[in-house]
Design a protein around this ligand. Structure first.
Ligand code: PTT
Ligand code: SF4
Length: 620
């Protein structure tokens, strides 16, 4: 990439808010961050490593929460409504982030900022109000305890309907370890506890309103490219199904391919999948799907269930439906609604409830422990009661609020059935038949999440792929999804689902910034980001062990007992070989530690020094 300064795409300013001192300041966005880390996840990872002390308590004032946009956020580019939010996770103790759409990211840039860095802790509940280069920290006593929709509506009534609100619900306030941030009544981000970190800072919401313009190098080209892309996407054969079902098209696909999570991932085919499918959901659609800012392929399934309106996605219905043995769409939708209102991640919630149900059925948790709640698979009422107990930390709900790792600590036998990597709950793909997807979960930089590599579809379509090819392809995919898309500020679904050419994003980046960026530059940035995050984990834990990159035991040891793939499980030896290759291709040691040589090639000498300052000497 040419070393010139970007001529557009960035506002050039970062807002820093110190809640302890109730002060804010505005800084220039460092050129190094823009050129070498691009935006979004790249900004967050580098800022956390540079600016937070090692081993801090994630729920202390020392943690920082960063909302970061990318150079394409808010511009006329397909799906450019995305913003990444991250911090040190209270669930995993390592790096975490989440990517949410809607309007918050674009509005933040119109207000004049590429990112907000939130530091310290307020004594009383507050919210941050940002408007066109100004910032105010406002008392939020009246909002504390409110659900996310009440909070968002109240703040919009106060500041105008056009402002964008990102807030936490009671789950974040009560430090539920998988509380997330909710925006636009149903956009959710920050699975491994960003909501809890905001709760610990007594920060209820961030409201942004902006009327400014983002500098752009070549706006005309961006507009011409967007017109062309919109036409292509709308002409796609898949467009009609997608805008009726969005990610819900995946329920039946996963069931047919034996990768749906069923009853705590014990099985992979749900006998009643047809009752919670995209087709069933369509009957409840309130409108056609709604979209984020500048989205040509809207996927938000806004459904009406009785008096509730709720947005449904594959992950939520798989985790709170099939994974709990629940086949009543109305009830699943109600649980999703509760999660959005309370500000809690539906994936982790479904995973934690699944484990608790399994422990109950095995007699390890008793009805005395649950306060009489019959926590069995298929019991939707019990699951709902448990959600209330988790959010309000009542009885055993307080343990469940800590995530599956705490359940394992309390009930050691649960280790065999705990579906997590790095203490973050696995999302909705069962991997008995898919070792490559298991590797994707296990090496995801934020703990188990499908977002860095939805490898399962490639793996299933190419059953004869060699393991070398698989691992290379997986790393490529992580770099594109977790590197490129998490940094540039656009949605990845137009690429994933519609096959939109990657070249479009490169041309858009050139037009936005004026930098002569190539795909190879972007892959280097992605490698850089992956290495910085791995070094952050190592610094925080003080060491690294190969086992931290293993998937759950169940996939190795308990073959599927039903369905067309009965008997399938992951072969441990194959997995070990894949992991070894993964480390080799990443330039890491046999134990998963980045080598100095790898970091030097990426221009990350400062990270070698940073770890040395924490008494960690990386290998040559
Ligand atoms: C994301 C995770 C997902 S991923 C889903 S559904 W998915 C769940 N959604 C939740 C929700 O809703 N409410 C709730 N209380 N908890 C929820 N937890 C779960 O959170 C999301 C879309 C989706 S829908 C996906 S895959 C894609 N994700 C992208 C990504 O990560 N990066 C990117 N550049 N583009 C993406 N496009 C797609 O965006 P986390 P959103 Mg989400 C109600 O953040 O922490 O990663 O968790 O942002 O605006 O809702 O769009 O089948
Ligand atoms: Fe938002 Fe869905 Fe469009 Fe992506 S495809 S920008 S998540 S509405």
């Amino acid at each position: 990439m040419s070393q010139l300064d970007p001529k557009g795409g960035y506002t050039g300013k970062i807002l820093r808010v110190d809640l302890s001192r109730r002060k804010y300041r505005i800084e220039e966005t460092p050129r190094d961050l823009m050129i070498r880390f691009l935006g979004g996840r790249g900004f967050i990872a580098k800022i956390l490593l540079d600016e937070t002390a090692p081993h801090i308590d994630p729920l202390s004032p020392d943690n920082k929460v960063i909302f970061a946009t990318g150079p394409l956020t808010g511009l006329p580019v397909a799906g450019s409504g995305k913003c990444v939010v991250g911090c040190k996770s209270p669930e995993s103790g390592g790096y975490c982030d989440g990517n949410f759409g809607g309007y918050f990211g674009p509005m933040l840039k119109y207000a004049g900022f590429d990112a907000i860095v939130i530091e310290g802790r307020s004594e009383r509940p507050v919210y941050i109000y940002v408007e066109d280069g100004q910032c105010e920290i406002v008392n939020a006593d009246d909002l504390w305890g409110s659900t996310t929709s009440v909070c968002e509506t109240t703040l919009k009534e106060r500041h105008g309907r056009e402002c964008a609100v990102a807030c936490i619900g009671p789950a974040g306030e009560n430090l539920v370890k998988y509380a997330n941030v909710i925006h636009d009544y149903g956009r959710a981000g920050g699975r491994p506890g960003v909501g809890a970190v905001l709760g610990s800072k007594k920060l209820k919401a961030i409201v942004v309103r902006g009327t400014g313009e983002i500098p752009v190098h070549d706006l005309d080209s961006l507009i011409v490219m967007l017109r062309d892309v919109v036409r292509k996407l709308r002409d796609s054969q898949f467009y009609d199904t997608w805008t009726r079902q969005g990610t819900m098209v995946t329920i039946l696909w996963s069931n047919e391919n034996s990768c749906l999570p069923v009853r705590n991932f014990r099985e992979a085919v749900f006998e009643n999948a047809h009752k919670i499918s995209g087709e069933v959901m369509e009957k409840f659609l309130k409108y056609r799907t709604r979209g984020c800012f500048a989205c040509p392929t809207p996927c938000g399934n806004l459904c009406r269930f009785g008096k509730h309106v709720v947005e449904l996605d594959y992950e939520q219905v798989a985790m709170l439906g099939a994974n709990l043995g629940i086949d009543d769409m109305l009830h699943v939708a109600y649980m999703v609604k509760l999660s959005d209102e309370y500000g809690m991640d539906t994936i982790s919630l479904g995973n934690v409830l699944g484990l608790a149900m399994e422990l109950y059925e095995r007699g390890l948790i008793t009805s005395e422990d649950t306060g009489g709640v019959e926590l069995r698979f298929g019991n939707a009422e019990a699951a709902t009661q448990m959600i209330e107990m988790i959010v309000h930390r009542k009885g055993i709900g307080s343990i469940l609020a800590e995530g599956v790792a705490k359940l394992v600590e309390k009930y050691p036998e649960a280790r065999k059935f705990a579906m997590q990597c790095k203490n973050v709950e696995i999302s909705a793909y069962n991997c008995h038949i898919a070792p490559g997807m298991a590797l994707a979960y296990a090496t995801s930089p934020i703990g188990a999440h499908h977002k860095d590599a939805w490898f399962i579809s490639i793996e299933l379509k190419n059953p004869d792929m060699s393991i070398e090819e698989k691992v290379q392809k997986l790393i490529w995919m992580q770099n594109i999804r977790g590197g490129l898309f998490e940094c540039i500020g656009t949605c990845r679904l137009q690429w994933v689902e519609f096959g939109l050419d990657l070249d479009y994003y490169i041309r858009a980046l050139r037009a936005a910034t004026g930098l002569e960026i190539t795909l190879s530059d972007l892959m280097t940035i992605a490698e850089r980001v992956y290495n910085v995050i791995r070094c952050y984990w190592i610094r925080e834990l003080g060491h690294w062990k190969r086992e931290y990159d293993y998937p759950p035991q169940r996939w190795f040891e308990e073959p599927l007992t039903s369905g067309p793939r009965k008997g399938a499980r992951i072969d441990r030896e194959t997995y070990e070989k894949m992991l070894q290759l993964y480390y080799k291709y990443r330039g890491w040691t046999e134990d998963g530690v980045p080598r100095k040589e790898t970091l030097r090639k990426l221009g990350l000498e400062d990270i070698i020094e940073a770890l040395r300052a924490s008494d960690i000497e990386l290998p040559d």
